[in-house]
Design a protein around this ligand. Structure first.
Ligand code: AMP
Length: 287
């Protein structure tokens, strides 16, 4: 199998993209932090439908981790990632160094104000500022026509869409469904932190989302009541600690009191050392 072309330098990446663009190629970017799993690979496969050149970036972005968070222990296995991307026959891996992305003296950040505020934003101050900043930088470096993001990180997609609209960034954003393990647990690099009993406990997020959906299908519309059932379901699991469970409108992420149309239920719970998130659009046809 042909080796996976890869670039680490920023200027080299820009030159590669300029060349591809001059040849009339449509560049599709899948940004990741590495330690790839089937969720990432589903984006990589979908990317093939949206252009000619598939670029996958691997960059664990220090700017989106608070000092107290798991940046240092975030799982990494570049060799395995390269093997997986080689098997997928992606066109290029872009794997920049942190000191090139944030050189000494770096001081410019993108703050997407409103939509960054609730949910994860309320518990991880500065997180979406780091995300929006690195995504805009990746767009300026890789210069893609299209970029793909997973709906497991629902708020992230809303932040990036808002940023591209507000700053007139000429990149089409494609959102892809959450890929789950056979038992329903959303795939995540952080599942690596879970021991066997914790992995079992992690199922409570998906079961809470399922209970909420069943309530809505049964005619319940009071967000407060639905939230109670979710909180109850998570609290039954002694290894899990709920961080938030919120119902909001799926675009602006404003809290809702009544479920009278498609409504986002977003959840975050700690299981052991893993901070897990999941979500579901209630009252929708998602299976
Ligand atoms: P990460 O490496 O966690 O930053 O994720 C890179 C991209 O993969 C983001 O757009 C994520 O939303 C997406 N992603 C992560 N996990 C999943 C999943 N289980 N299903 C679909 N997309 C995912």
């Amino acid at each position: 199998m042909a080796a996976l072309p890869s670039i680490r330098g920023i200027r080299e990446m820009q030159a590669w993209s300029d060349h591809a663009r001059r040849e009339g190629k449509r560049i599709v970017l899948v940004p990741t932090m590495g330690f790839l799993h089937e969720g990432h690979l589903s984006l990589v496969r979908e990317a093939g439908k949206h252009g000619d050149c598939r670029v996958v970036s691997i960059f664990a972005n220090p700017a989106q981790f608070a000092p107290s968070e798991d940046f240092d222990s975030y799982p990494r296995d570049l060799e395995r990632d390269v093997r997986l991307l080689t098997e997928e026959r992606v066109d290029l891996l872009f794997n920049p160094a942190a000191e090139d992305i944030y050189p000494a003296g770096y001081q410019t950040y993108v703050d997407v104000e409103e939509v960054s505020r609730p949910l994860c934003g309320a518990h991880r101050p500065g997180h979406f500022r780091g995300v929006a900043t690195v995504v805009l930088k990746l767009f300026n470096i890789v210069r893609p026509h299209v970029a793909l993001f997973g709906l497991k990180d629902y708020q992230q997609v809303r932040v990036i869409r808002r940023m591209t609209e507000d700053l007139n960034v000429d990149v089409d954003i494609i959102e892809c469904p959450t890929v789950r393990e056979p038992d329903g647990v959303a795939m995540s690099s952080r599942n690596r932190y879970l021991g066997p009993a914790e992995r079992e406990a992690a199922r409570c997020l998906q079961s809470a989302l399922g209970k909420a959906e069943a309530l809505v299908r049964g005619g319940e519309t009071a967000a407060r009541r639905i939230r109670e059932v979710v909180v109850d379901e998570i609290s039954r699991q002694p290894l899990a600690r709920l961080e938030y469970a919120d119902l909001c409108d799926p675009r602006e992420l404003h809290p809702v009191e009544e479920v009278d149309g498609p409504t986002l239920l977003a959840l975050c719970a700690w299981v052991g050392n893993a901070r897990l998130i999941d979500n579901r659009i209630l009252g929708d046809d998602e299976p």
